[in-house]
Write a protein that binds this ligand. Structure first.
Ligand SMILES: [Zn+2]
Length: 298
């Protein structure tokens, strides 16, 4: 009981200059912020958030993890100025206050803020963090942040949108219950990157055969996302290599070219199309005439 009174008096001291944080280390909205939100509502300048909106977000978040069944109940509780995952009466729950959820977006300037914090709370259930009833620890918070970054990427958020809530509302300092902000942002970023399919850097590497009479094949090695090395292997066995840069998009593909080729008499341009086709344009620099060749990877 004594513990509760101490806890209560801590909650009842919002007048302290220090920012207050919830159990997940998210800054609680100040009185000032809550007043501004109330004002917005009374002006009806902004569309009023549906009471179901947070619950809808949560079900969309769960949908992004197809191999997992939602194992918690969602409960709205106005006036608690918070959102958190917990166990109550033997049931896993996420309890939230719509005004608190709305204040996240208001303070971070993006709707992704509330989605990110709700995803973080869902993450606590996904990783079974609430089962030990011991509350937050830095490793738990990092895992939930990772989950949030992962889910937000799946939902279409940019990296900065996925980070917006934590960047604005997480404590910069670590404590026994939560990690410092920079670690949390790194966890979100890791989750976000893991959710994105990796670019296959070797996708276009290989030997390409063309209709050109004097060329056996062209060997292409992708060096980075915007550079390849191409080696033309001629019938006689001679080779000519060039570093090619992606200059611009062409027909939904990347265009690369070798400025000088075959003793500066010709220029070649390679076009890599999204559908996998490769074509070469061989330009005679004297006559300015060009030929198109189809390339295929055998
Ligand atoms: Zn948390």
């Amino acid at each position: 009981m004594k513990k509760n009174i101490i806890l209560l008096s801590l909650i009842m001291l919002p007048w302290l200059a220090q920012a207050q944080y919830n159990r997940c280390g998210i800054k609680l909205p100040s009185k000032n912020v809550l007043e501004k939100l109330k004002h917005q509502h009374s002006n009806r300048m902004h569309s009023f958030r549906s009471v179901d909106e947070a619950a809808n977000y949560i079900s969309r978040i769960v949908d992004e993890v197809p191999d997992w069944e939602q194992n918690f109940v969602v409960q709205e509780r106005n006036g608690i100025n918070n959102a958190y995952a917990h166990i109550s009466g033997g049931r896993r729950m996420i309890t939230y206050d719509n005004i608190f959820v709305e204040s996240l977006d208001f303070q971070a300037g993006t709707k992704w803020a509330s989605i990110s914090v709700l995803a973080h709370e869902v993450g606590h259930h996904y990783y079974d963090h609430v089962l030990d009833r011991r509350g937050s620890t830095p490793p738990k918070e990092i895992e939930a942040d990772y989950f949030s970054g992962y889910v937000l990427a799946k939902m279409g958020a940019s990296l900065s949108q996925a980070k917006a809530a934590m960047a604005k509302l997480a404590s910069p300092y670590g404590s026994s219950t939560h990690p410092p902000r920079n670690q949390r942002l790194a966890a979100i970023e890791k989750g976000w990157r893991d959710a994105k399919p990796r670019k296959k850097s070797t996708m276009i590497s290989g030997n390409y055969y063309s209709q050109q009479q004097d060329i056996d094949y062209v060997n292409i090695q992708q060096r980075s996302t915007n550079a390849v090395v191409a080696t033309w292997v001629f019938n006689g066995g001679q080779k000519s290599s060039a570093n090619l840069q992606y200059k611009r998009n062409a027909y939904n593909g990347a265009k690369v070219y070798a400025a000088n080729y075959m003793d500066n008499t010709r220029r070649v341009e390679l076009y890599f199309f999204k559908d996998g086709r490769i074509r070469e344009r061989d330009i005679d620099l004297k006559t300015r005439k060009s030929h198109w060749y189809n390339f295929s990877k055998h």
